[in-house]
Ligand binder design. Structure first.
Ligand code: FAD
Length: 649
């Protein structure tokens, strides 16, 4: 038996982005001793990169805004596949979560009369994004971090130990959720710097690990986004929901190659930026789908007037939901009307004075100046789609954020599925992670308090997790379950495997999908899964990035298989899932969700076998949308989305 340090906590939160920190604050305030564990430095999570703002119907910029309008926009954006109760809670609670941030010290940009300023974003009927220039995520994390330190100071006064009730384990990676029977009993983790293993015992674990973008070659996501939380949940026996829905943000940088994929915030369009093709045409007017026709301007003049007079004009089509804009850009480039480096042009230079651009979009100004030597106050940016966000995720209960089927497991933020349906609106992630981060922390704490007995950690599972983590150091030895031919193969380089995975997902399960290509992707993923058993590294456990990647590969491969399986299954196009061979949105699919599980029925450590540990997929029919929520829409609109039997009901 390996000797591994252990500590006891009530709640362990995996991830210190917005969702994780909000969950930790709530759990601690509800009396649970709470540990937070994160891969990067405290304060450096992906949330820091968020630019445009937090969507919340506060009605500061337009008094007509309210939670019902926000709910409607979110459902439309998600093409009615949203877990509607989540979208309702989100729209109702987001304003309180923003106010709360302010009381904790967040400094938002202001309107002239001193209220929190709100900006326009795609798919939102009114200006709704509370923001801090284009660095909103940084302020959000700074505020939550400050709140955590304040709570720790309270604990120091009371107990003499500032970490007695709330402790952050930074630069540590969780590789397994541990279980006692069906119930969660803790997590197994390693320190990235020293390679030391340790266990945090806890009856409740909140997964808040963010997204999966690093499985794709062109992405706006940071190095942390290797789908760890999604995979941890699968391995613990919880299903993933609707993994086919991956958002390709329309505007990532396309040049130079070293920065391809880095995000160009939607605020650029929200503040007046326009998209043009190589002929100089504002092409988005040609791409307004029927379901959105009534809501978008028909001419450039009307679209431009909307910025000054939104009540009497319709918004420009550059502000359609992201999936629509990304597909339009893709089509323009394919038709030979792209920019020199394979994107299209995004222009603010002819739309605003230079000093306004520098004030409203400071990060974008510096990003282009420093990375591409482009002055956005004088010339257009070149942009194209980039893998940005995953709508699919851990299947959770809408009210409690409890993961399905695994008592003690909770999920919030980007890692949780359902809230955004088939496509997320910009700004709705930061509000999502505040609303459901709080709910996850609250219910995890309540669950722990209500337990009659604490689950115990099983030594066999700890040993198996340690052996699994050490496996890349002995890739030349036999791997359990492999055949003679495999055994004679040399170790595989984890970086090569990762590159092949990214290329496969980008080319075969990317923005436009076809059945034959996804079949090809499935074959390639199966091959990579077998080769990844031999992913080997040299050296030792002290800060060894190759080793970290070898461990992350398990997660990326599992998650990629879920994406490809679900994308093959859904024979329609909806939101972030576009099938060239099934180009229309089918009403019959409206109520169907897809659930991925690990095929290995033990769902436990045995499921690491890459051949047996495959994904099974089931369809499920969702609960009908509550009538009072349906009543918020016009009948003519519902006809476009709802299945035949729903309309009848
Ligand atoms: P994160 O903030 O990513 O946090 C994940 C945490 O989990 C990290 O601490 C990480 O270290 C940790 N972690 C991961 N795996 C493990 C593991 N195995 N063990 C331990 N810890 C682990 N959304 C908006 O609403 N508005 C915006 O303006 C906006 N702008 C964006 C701009 C950019 C460039 C990008 C990339 C995204 C943007 N988004 C925006 C999306 C939004 O930022 C993310 O969806 C959101 O921040 C996710 O937050 P989270 O708390 O779920 O995860």
């Amino acid at each position: 038996m390996s000797v591994v340090d252990r500590q006891e906590w009530d709640v362990v939160v995996v991830g210190a982005g917005g969702a994780g920190l909000r969950a930790a604050i709530e759990a601690r305030e509800r009396g649970a001793r709470t540990a937070v564990i994160c891969k990067s430095l405290f304060g450096k999570a992906h949330t820091v990169m968020a630019e445009g703002g937090i969507a919340a119907a506060m009605g500061n910029a337009n008094p007509h805004d309210n939670w019902q309008v926000h709910f409607r926009d979110t459902m439309r954006g998600g093409k009615f596949l949203n877990q509607w109760r989540m979208s309702e809670l989100h729209a109702r609670e987001a304003p309180d979560r923003v106010w709360e941030l302010e009381t904790w010290g967040a400094l938002f940009d202001r309107t002239k009369d001193g209220r929190i300023s709100q900006r326009n974003f795609g798919g939102h009927e009114y200006p709704r994004l509370a923001h801090v220039g284009d660095r909103t995520g940084l302020e959000l994390i700074r505020t939550l971090q400050q709140k955590i330190v304040a709570l720790q100071q309270e604990d120091e006064k009371e107990t003499g130990d500032h970490e007695s009730r709330l402790k952050v384990f930074q630069e540590c990676t969780v590789t397994r959720i541990l279980k006692d029977g069906d119930r969660v009993s803790g997590v197994f983790a390693y320190e990235r710097e020293s390679g030391r293993f340790f266990v945090l015992e806890a009856p409740a674990v909140v997964i808040a690990t963010g997204g999966i973008g690093k499985s794709f070659k062109v992405t706006s996501n940071s190095w942390e986004y290797t789908g760890d939380g999604h995979a941890l949940a699968l391995l613990a026996g919880a299903p993933l929901l609707n993994m086919e829905f991956v958002q390709f943000h329309p505007t990532g940088m396309v040049w130079p190659p070293s920065v391809k994929g880095i995000l160009v915030t939607e605020s650029v369009r929200g503040d007046g930026g326009v998209l043009r093709n190589s002929d100089g045409k504002r092409f988005m007017f040609d791409y307004i789908p029927d379901i959105f026709k009534e809501k978008y301007a028909e001419s450039e003049e009307e679209g431009d007037r909307w910025y000054e007079d939104p009540d009497n004009n319709r918004r420009p089509p550059e502000l359609l939901p992201r999936d629509e804009v990304a597909r339009a850009i893709n089509a323009e480039v394919k038709a030979g009307r792209g920019s020199p480096h394979g994107g299209v042009f995004l222009d603010v230079s002819t739309r605003m004075p230079a000093e306004v651009i520098r004030r409203r979009l400071p990060s974008m100004y510096h990003q282009f100046k420093e990375l591409a030597d482009v002055d956005i106050t004088a010339e257009a940016m070149e942009v194209g789609p980039t893998c940005h966000y995953v709508m699919g995720g851990i299947a959770v209960d809408s009210d409690t954020a409890a993961a399905r089927g695994v008592p003690g497991l909770y999920a919030a933020g980007e890692v949780a599925g359902g809230m955004h349906g088939s496509n997320r609106l910009g700004g709705n992630s930061l509000s999502d992670l505040l609303v459901f981060g709080r709910r996850a922390g609250l219910h995890a704490a309540e669950y722990t308090t209500g337990l009659a007995d604490r689950p115990s950690v099983d030594d066999v599972q700890v040993d198996a997790a340690a052996a699994e983590a050490l496996r890349p150091f002995s890739a030349e030895g036999p791997v359990p379950g492999e055949d003679i031919e495999e055994r004679s193969r040399p170790p595989e380089n984890p970086y090569t495997l990762h590159q092949e995975l990214q290329q496969t997902m980008n080319d075969l399960v990317g923005i436009i999908r076809r059945e034959s290509e996804m079949q090809q992707a499935m074959k390639k993923l199966a091959e990579l899964r077998v080769r990844a058993r031999r992913a080997g590294v040299e050296g030792h456990r002290q800060f060894n990035p190759g080793w970290h990647l070898a461990l992350d590969l398990r997660n990326m491969l599992l998650v990629s298989e879920c994406v490809a399986r679900a994308a093959l299954e859904r024979t329609e196009s909806r939101g972030g899932h576009t099938r060239e061979d099934c180009p229309t949105m089918e009403r019959a699919w409206r109520r169907l969700i897809l659930l991925c599980r690990l095929a290995d029925p033990t769902g436990g450590l045995a499921a690491t076998d890459p051949v047996r540990g495959q994904i099974t997929l089931t369809r499920e029919t969702t609960e009908p949308i509550r009538p009072d929520l349906l009543a918020l829409f016009e009948k003519e609109e519902l006809v476009k989305y709802l299945a035949e039997e729903e309309l009848y009901e």
